[in-house]
Design a protein around this ligand. Sequence first.
Ligand code: ADP
Ligand code: MG
Length: 142
Amino acid sequence: MTTETITHSAEETIAYGRMLAAELSPPLLVLLRGDLGAGKTTLVKGIAEGFQAACAEDVTSPTFTLVHEYRSPRATLYHIDLYRIETQREFDTLALDDLIGSDSILLIEWGEKFPRLQRERDIEITLERVGETGRRIQRINR
Ligand code: ADP
Ligand code: MG
């Protein structure tokens, strides 16, 4: 199933994430695709808000920390950014398998670099710029 929407501001993308959260239940592996600045992290702000796991301002990019964790009664969210991960060895060191559990939702930026994640993902969300502040958000469910 594929759905598509267009947002016109970061705030609208956050609102879309909040709405999307209502449709997500663990366990899930979600790949977030799109260029730098496409809005992947912005979308996670909304998803975390939807789960009441964090407020938008507290969700920041895990580019350097690699994994951020947000807990809620409904799920534990792991926001992961693999932009800087280049080798299979570095990837293995992250031990993402240890994060996969019955109440976990993994939200992974740049996960498509690793074929295993591409194979195992449940949902893929692709963000694409449309002009300055427009973003096309396409969601594919397995
Ligand atoms: P990514 O994680 O994909 O690299 P970020 O979410 O960190 O991207 O950054 C997206 C940037 O684009 C933010 O500065 C955000 O304010 C801006 N922006 C402008 N319009 C939108 C929109 N419609 N949706 C999401 N972000 C937007
Ligand atoms: Mg990001």
